[in-house]
Design a protein around this ligand. Sequence first.
Ligand SMILES: C[S@@+](CC[C@H](N)C(=O)[O-])C[C@H]1O[C@@H](n2cnc3c(N)ncnc32)[C@H](O)[C@@H]1O
Length: 207
Amino acid sequence: MADFRQYAPATERNRQPILEVLQQVLPPSSTVLEIASGTGEHITFFAPRLGHLQWLPTERQALLRESIQAWGEALPAANLLLPALDLDVSDRPWPVETDALPEPITAIININMIHISAWEMCGHLMAGAERILPAGGVLYLYGPFKREGQHTAPSNETFDQMLRDQNPDWGVRDLEEVEAIAQTHGLQLEKMLPMPANNFSVVFRRG
Ligand SMILES: C[S@@+](CC[C@H](N)C(=O)[O-])C[C@H]1O[C@@H](n2cnc3c(N)ncnc32)[C@H](O)[C@@H]1O
């Protein structure tokens, strides 16, 4: 039988440290929306470990949605809401704004996307979070970031150049610029935590 599961090796390294941050920052109940779920390895790891929350994956690439489905079937969890929705952050409205959900969304997580998409996608992400999240809702980002225009490690600088060579619209983002956009969408920077391999967890809260 065909196995549609895909593997992103970094997820095995970063999922436990990310889980430990999510355990601290996510609201006590309701639905967590994941934007850009990729292979589905993160959400199928988080859902059984944060069983008091509902987990809703999204992914704009059809083959990756098949991978999320396959991971969800291999590691079933009653609180994992399948199938993953087809969502590009530039869509307006996002499908979750029109579909009925068992519980409202109070948190959005987005891992390793804003440096691997055009800069304007960060604005679309923030705009969607503004439309969806209630006061006190959380937007969690994970990935590499620059601080005040400077890379935080030589390896991030190399990675940034590699991304830009691949696609000139991509690149490691500056936290202060991300924060400025977030503020225009009613999202306040609450925490920035260093993570392994020169990544950061960045937590915004909806005012
Ligand atoms: C490097 S992968 C990260 C996937 C997963 N979160 C992970 O950490 O393994 C980048 C992801 O961003 C998604 N992506 C890129 N541009 C997007 C957009 N405009 N809207 C939504 N997702 C986007 C891709 O489809 C892909 O799933």
